[in-house]
Design a protein around this ligand. Structure first.
Ligand SMILES: Cc1ncc(COP(=O)(O)O)c(C=O)c1O
Length: 411
């Protein structure tokens, strides 16, 4: 998107505001699809947790995607957005059997990552086929919080417990129709996927009724100039060859599934904030914006980098700034950044704001969550209103501490 289009959106819709470029989402979707065009049956299930606005889900539905969900509410959103239950996979972690049964009732594909739940579910519902999430014990991904396939991770059933899974399958008569893994986010090295795929193929051989193998996600996107990203095209070529060879050996054309979040939406997103104050201290110059980690937690949560540009002064000279929010804890978006000279009232644009940004936003400090806008067909569409005080107070219940009430109670 062009900077002047973003600036106009900040003027028209106010700040802070999230903006998503539909064209970029479509381009990423097509890029991934094309990279795997050599696979007979490919299924992309967009990971709803990355960005769950219903208009974004409808866009993915239009593109032909399925969705990956982690809560009943995400399933409901998906159904409301027009996805059929068969287009939805439920990959929760640490939820109750009751929640999984509820999801199964809705007719979605169930992905189980826990032996105890697998046994209970299989005993009660042997006729509902399920997928199993395998933990391949691979240390992959960026920050430790987003690396989820290693031996100490809570996710998935260990590959060393396959015999146990097979026993459960035999004892309950249940069917395993899919094998899944997700090792982490921000995986740069495609060898990780290829290595993990060997583990999955080995595992898959032990299950005779598979329909699909789901390789999860974790593709790394570029965050700044010169950043390297997962080479999707090369991965496509190499994994396609391995997958097709495996299908031949298995004797069936299985579906190859992925569930990307970041790859599909990260770069489509822009977060626009206004500078409340420029504060010179003895050590740095702070640009204080009308937002904080309540709206964009990734830098404080796991040290993520978001490029920050001043779209109000694109031709100014550069200076160094530390960009901070208004939350009453340390609330730093970026330290010592080279940004075009900032004046109070300028609009700063945070890039890569599509994935895990709005979807992780909160009302901390009793602030309103921002508006969201979709740039589609060269027009700005408001897809979520900025919250108001009614949203902050609507579920709160006031206790009557009045003297009159106290007297009434004392009677
Ligand atoms: C099971 C699962 N699948 C897919 C994703 C999406 O990962 P990414 O956004 O890195 O593509 C996640 C992210 O946490 C996940 O936990």
């Amino acid at each position: 998107m062009l900077e002047n289009q973003l600036l106009k959106i900040a003027e028209d819709f106010g700040s802070p505001v999230y903006v998503y470029d539909a064209e970029k989402i479509e381009a990423q979707y097509n890029r991934l699809t094309n990279a795997f065009s050599g696979v007979k049956k490919l299924k992309l299930n967009y990971a709803v947790k990355a960005l769950s606005n219903i208009s974004i889900l409808k866009l993915f539905n239009k593109l032909g995607s399925g969705i990956d969900t982690v809560s009943l509410q995400e399933i409901e959103l998906g159904l409301k957005a027009g996805f059929k239950p068969q287009q939805i996979i439920f990959t929760p972690n640490g939820v109750s059997l009751a929640e999984i049964e509820e999801a199964a009732k809705l007719g979605v594909e169930i992905n189980i990552d826990n032996l105890s739940i697998l046994e209970q579910f299989g005993t009660k519902h042997p006729n509902i086929p399920v997928c199993i999430r395998i933990n391949p014990h691979i240390m992959a991904g960026g920050n430790a919080n987003i690396s989820v396939g290693h031996i100490d991770s809570k996710f998935g059933i260990s590959i060393h417990q396959i015999p146990h899974i097979l026993r459960i399958v035999e004892n309950t008569g249940m069917t395993i129709n899919g094998i899944h893994m997700h090792t982490g986010s921000d995986i740069l090295d495609i060898e990780v996927f290829l290595y993990a795929s060997e583990i999955l193929f080995d595992t898959a051989k032990q299950f005779k009724n598979l329909d699909f193998i789901d390789f999860g996600s974790g593709f790394k996107v570029p965050y700044k100039e010169g950043d390297i990203e997962t080479n999707i095209e090369e991965l496509g070529k190499k994994l396609t060859a391995k997958f097709n060879a495996f299908c031949k050996e298995y004797g069936k054309d299985l579906t190859l599934a992925f569930e990307p979040g970041k790859f599909l939406v990260s770069e489509s997103g822009y977060f626009l904030t206004k500078v409340n104050a420029v504060k010179q201290t003895t050590s740095t110059v702070f640009a204080q914006v009308d937002s904080g980690f309540n709206h964009l937690i990734r830098p404080m949560f796991y040290g993520s980098h978001h490029d920050i540009i001043n779209i109000s002064n694109p031709n100014g000279s550069e200076r160094f700034y530390t960009v901070v929010g208004y939350i009453c804890e340390t609330d730093t978006f970026g330290s010592n950044r080279r940004i075009k000279e900032i004046s109070e009232g300028d609009v700063l644009c945070f890039k890569n704001a599509g994935a895990y940004c709005f979807s992780m936003a909160s009302n901390y400090n009793s602030r309103f969550r921002p508006a969201e806008v979709l740039w589609y067909n060269n027009e700005a569409h408001l897809i979520r209103k900025r919250e108001t005080f009614d949203d902050i107070i609507k579920n709160q219940i006031e206790v009557d501490f009045s003297e009159k009430k106290e007297k009434e109670l004392a009677k």
